[in-house]
Design a protein around this ligand. Structure first.
Ligand code: SAH
Ligand code: SF4
Length: 358
């Protein structure tokens, strides 16, 4: 389904594009910077607020561009814990955004950071068997203004400054490559939000060609790969994308990413009972990670209503981690914050749409 907003969303426009538009309107060059300052420093929510612009210009901008209207439908979680926001978009689609409070570094460097987990699509076409986001298929891509809008809205609603962004919400960000890159540019730019590229992590289920494309981009964003299986047999069973881009091809693309970016990547590995939690899988995973000098982030599976997959017992999780350690790999286990508020990928949206259908 294609969705075209009525007006060009102002939060999806870059400085050079705005400069070009203003030139067309016969405006001096400094006007574009003034508008960006209103948008990203003063966080204006309308052109009417931009009082140092001539009234006629405000009107012309209002005719050309629209402001994002992410409507908060539901919020779960308390101030000092994981907070989950369900937003309704212009076309009534629902997306989720999760704010995770300061904790030891999960992705990137350092601790004491507030991380925002952003959605990149409505639904997901990749249909991983364990995931709530793909259960109802793919609806549409988010445009860059909706991606940037999640950051702006959550900062406003929470009163918190966000210093880390992970593209791990609903959707496959690399399947929405152009809008994703545009949003990253705006989040990173000095005229935009000004968030360092190393404070952004993109997670992919393994789109090898797009990983290579990302490797060729100058921005140093971090890459996390949802591996979830250390052999083709296991990945094929739970992730249909592996039939298109099998492990060897995926790992080649990862190699290229590491080489061109000179940074370490992270493999995510959700532990699912009886599927990928054997000691053999741990040994294989350790081997792969060592070869690529990658970090491993294990996450006990968060059960999804209606799906049969289970989280392994603590004992089994510990045995898996011990085997990884023996292999010499750099691995941590993330005992999920916010599992109790349906914080895993796509679950709140699913819950709300089921309530509506009930
Ligand atoms: N599509 C991208 C990014 C979004 S999913 C990707 O797949 O990487 C973000 C992470 O959440 C992925 O590693 C995904 O596999 C994981 N995930 C999905 N459902 C989950 C669940 N029920 N419990 C734990 N992790 C889950
Ligand atoms: Fe899509 Fe990622 Fe969920 Fe797979 S895990 S269905 S790629 S959102």
């Amino acid at each position: 389904m294609k969705f075209s907003p009525v007006q060009t969303p102002i939060h999806s426009v870059t400085l050079p594009e705005l400069q070009a538009k203003l030139r067309e309107l016969g405006q001096p060059p400094y006007r574009a910077k003034q508008v960006m300052e209103w948008l990203y420093s003063k966080r204006a929510s309308s052109f009417a607020e931009m009082t140092n612009l001539p009234a006629a210009l405000r009107e012309a901008l209002g005719a050309a561009f629209g402001f994002e209207a992410l409507e908060l439908v539901r919020k779960l979680g308390a101030e000092d814990t994981t907070q989950k926001f369900l937003f309704k978009l212009e076309d009534a689609s629902l997306i989720e955004t999760v704010l995770i409070p300061a904790s030891p570094a999960l992705y990137g460097e350092g601790s004491d950071r507030r991380t925002l987990c952003i959605s990149s699509q409505v639904g997901c076409a990749y249909g991983c068997k364990f995931c709530a986001s793909g259960l109802n298929g793919f609806a549409r891509h988010l445009h860059a203004g909706e991606i940037v809008g999640q950051f702006l809205r959550v900062e406003k609603l929470s009163g918190e400054r966000i210093n880390n962004v992970v593209f791990m919400g609903m959707g496959e960000p690399l399947a929405n490559f152009d809008n994703f890159m545009r949003a990253v540019t705006i989040l990173n730019a000095p005229w935009g939000i000004g968030l360092g590229a190393r404070h952004m992590t993109v997670s992919t289920s393994g789109l090898a060609p797009q990983i290579r494309e990302l490797a060729a981009q100058p921005l140093q964003i971090r890459l996390a790969v949802s591996l979830h299986g250390a052999t083709d047999a296991v990945r094929n069973r739970i992730m249909p994308v592996n039939r298109k881009y099998p492990l060897a091809e995926l790992l080649n693309a990862c190699d290229e990413y590491c080489a061109r970016k000179s940074q370490r990547i992270t493999f995510e590995f959700i532990l699912i009972e009886g599927i990928n939690d054997s000691l053999e899988q741990a040994a294989e995973l350790g081997k792969i990670a060592r070869r690529l000098d990658a970090k491993i982030n294990c996450i006990p599976y968060n059960p999804v209503e209606g799906l049969d997959w289970k989280r392994p017992s603590l004992r089994r999780q510990d045995a898996f981690m011990a085997a990884l350690e023996r292999s010499g790999a750099d691995a941590t286990i993330r005992r999920e914050k916010g599992g109790d508020i349906a914080a895993a990928c796509g679950q709140l949206r699913l819950q709300v749409s089921r309530e509506k259908d009930a």
